[in-house]
Ligand binder design. Structure first.
Ligand code: SF4
Length: 308
């Protein structure tokens, strides 16, 4: 991880503030971004919160500190604004596990089934889907769909979690997030042994066995709200380590431990203060979606936003 000394940090902050003014920009950052990146953002949140914020901000340019599918979702919802991704090669390994052609081939086997896609997917996959969901609203989205058979892409673990909360039949595409999937039950057991008074909170992208051992399965925004409202003082966290910054900032009196040290998404960490400033200065990494795909993808995102 790059460390930034205080002088350098202040210099970068000033530069980014000037660029923000000249671009009439808003900076949004995902909860998994580096602490110093979260600190210069106007809004920090999960995919759903950032998708909503991007539709209501008064800005010409959206500077997205996250990974490609997130900036693409902002571009789908804001064709009149310029969307810049703060690191051009920041992608999502899970989103890359399914293409539109693969989805179409899978769909042919189950005519009549409704496609629900996790927002962690490409614009092309969203365009082939009926509705999107996030980890925060997946259960409600699935409940809103007419029809009892659902093809869920690409995350098998989130799909499994949703399937335990509904009577509908979910067929799960075998995608996964490596950051969450590699958290193992024995690591949860060990963390509990080390911190017997702590509550275990995991993301529903974790394996079903890990979710079953947790006290709660929550999206990142739900985790932040849960901890803020809880009278407990210690928490074991099973999601990407970037969330610790927000948790500690909002709850300085509470203690947080990761289930394991490997909860790091390398693509989320590609954005630094330097890449934010460079992206804005050079107006580079503009994310666009071809209009025909954008319109179909937007239908799926709009349906989700209408649910919750
Ligand atoms: S944490 Fe997982 S789902 Fe999120 S961007 Fe990284 S690889 Fe994708």
């Amino acid at each position: 991880m790059v460390t930034v000394n205080t002088d350098e940090f202040e210099r970068m902050k000033e530069k980014i503030a000037e660029l923000k003014e000249s671009l009439r920009a808003v900076i949004v950052a995902h909860n998994y971004q580096r602490p110093e990146v979260q600190d210069i953002a106007d809004f920090v949140g999960d995919s759903l919160e950032l998708a909503r914020i991007c539709t209501s901000v008064d800005a010409q340019t959206i500077v997205f500190c996250g990974v490609h599918f997130m900036a693409e979702t902002a571009a789908i919802l804001n064709p009149e604004r310029t969307v810049l991704l703060t690191e051009g090669c920041a992608g999502c390994a899970m989103a890359d596990m399914i293409s539109a052609d693969e989805l179409k081939r899978w769909q042919q086997k189950y005519p009549g089934a409704v496609v629900v896609c996790y927002v962690n997917s490409s614009a092309e996959v969203k365009a082939e889907s009926y509705i999107c969901c996030t980890s925060a609203n997946g259960v409600e989205v699935v409940a809103s769909v007419t029809g009892d058979e659902i093809l869920f892409v690409p995350d098998q673990n989130l799909g499994h979690y949703i399937s335990t909360k509904t009577e509908k039949k979910l067929r799960l595409y075998p995608g996964f997030c490596y950051v969450h999937h590699r958290i193992k039950p024995q690591q949860v057991r060990m963390a509990r042994r080390l911190h017997p008074d702590a509550e275990v909170l995991v993301h529903p992208e974790c394996r079903p066995e890990v979710v079953a051992m947790a006290d709660a399965a929550l999206s990142t925004s739900q985790m932040l709200r849960y901890v803020g409202a809880s009278s407990r003082h210690e928490f074991i966290i099973g999601t990407e380590e970037g969330i610790l910054h927000g948790l500690r900032k909002q709850n300085p009196e509470k203690s947080f431990y990761l289930v394991s040290k490997s909860q790091v998404c390398t693509d989320m960490k590609k954005t630094t203060l330097e890449t934010v400033a460079r992206t804005m200065e050079l107006r580079q990494n503009v994310v666009t979606v071809p209009e025909e795909i954008r319109l179909r993808a937007k239908r799926a995102v709009d349906r989700m936003l209408a649910v919750k």
